[in-house]
Write a protein that binds this ligand. Structure first.
Ligand code: BMA
Length: 323
């Protein structure tokens, strides 16, 4: 992937004060992304000086220069959750059956859960519920039902890298008939110990191509002792049976290299959460030559944009991998 020359496309100075919670914020990172009509939208993770994180929306007409809204996204109904929610973060946006669904992480005393929200207009956001019953993160909805059921990928937090937060080394496929109650279907990929993706988690929602569901994920190398290195990779799932993994890159496709990826609140992190495919055919399949914009968090401090194409991602997903 090629970094856009305008990077980092968003930093803390782009975030307006939103009193009383956000003033002279610490960081902005890990965006979800969607394009609707001509408008690109990001849902940003903004961290205030209290170290709480909030979701804030940004809009753009070119996908590069974003205006950040001066309000925190409030999901109507989230106040009915009995337990205290400390942070909401890492939103992934999927357009599904004409509505926009936002799946995000919620840090609570019971651990990290997944919340689901929905909006039709990006003005009013409704909380649908907590859609997990174990410590879990990185939930991403497929943009359509497959074989009559809703699907998502998620990553149970069953491992911990030394000195780090709870993490996991298996991405699962889960299914649901109503978007609220989810059951695991099959493990998709496991972390590859000793290599770049020892701990893993889903990135942006999967993209429908004629060759299968193309999916960018993040991998963490934890074996360097001093620091966990977050990178991005790509895999391919069978179109009609996404529990079959038909390809997976051997090498990462993006790793921390720029100073704003190498240093910051959490050093050595690129964390993709948003993908925009510019061209699709009449049946919604991404065109091979289509430009792809990938939005990612950098060092838990800023937002980066990398450019690639569907065919380059497909090629990487088919890399011979004997590791
Ligand atoms: C992960 C998540 C991400 C974060 C990353 C690096 O476990 O918490 O939100 O960007 O760690 O700190």
């Amino acid at each position: 992937m090629i970094r856009h020359t305008r990077n980092p496309i968003l930093t803390r100075t782009d975030i307006p004060d939103i009193l009383p919670y956000l003033s002279d914020v610490s960081s902005v990172f890990n965006p979800g992304a969607i394009k609707h009509g001509d408008t690109y939208r990001l849902i940003l993770r903004v961290q205030g000086r209290s170290r709480e994180t909030f979701l804030v929306m940004a809009e753009s007409l070119d996908g590069i220069n974003f205006n950040v809204e001066n309000r925190i996204i409030q999901f109507e109904g989230i106040e009915n959750v009995k337990e205290k929610i400390y942070h909401v973060y890492d939103a992934r946006i999927s357009q599904l059956e004409g509505r926009f669904y936002i799946m995000f992480a919620m840090d609570m005393d019971s651990g990290c859960q997944l919340g689901l929200g929905v909006t039709d207009d990006f003005v009013r956001f409704t909380f649908m519920g907590i859609v997990s019953n174990e410590d879990i993160r990185n939930g991403v909805l497929f943009p359509e039902k497959v074989n009559g059921v809703y699907l998502r990928m998620d990553r149970p937090n069953k491992a911990r890298h030394s000195g780090g937060p709870t993490s996991g080394s298996t991405i699962w496929l889960s299914e649901s008939s109503n978007l609220l109650d989810w059951n695991p279907v099959a493990p998709l990929i496991h972390g590859r110990f000793h290599y770049w993706d020892e701990f893993i988690g889903s990135g942006p929602p999967p993209v429908k191509t004629r060759e299968g569901w193309l999916h960018i994920y993040h991998g963490v190398a934890g074996h360097f002792g001093s620091s966990n290195i977050y990178q991005a990779g790509v895999m391919l799932l069978d179109l009609n049976n996404p529990s079959i993994v038909s390809g997976r890159c051997r090498c990462n496709i993006l790793e921390p290299r720029e100073i704003w990826e190498l240093t910051g609140q959490v050093p050595n992190v690129v964390f993709p959460g948003g993908i925009i495919v510019e061209e699709t055919d009449d049946e919604g399949f991404a065109l091979p030559e289509s430009e792809v914009k990938v939005y990612y968090g950098a060092a838990d401090t800023a937002v980066g944009l990398a450019i690639t194409s569907i065919e380059e991602l497909l090629e990487a997903s088919k890399e011979k991998s004997d590791i």
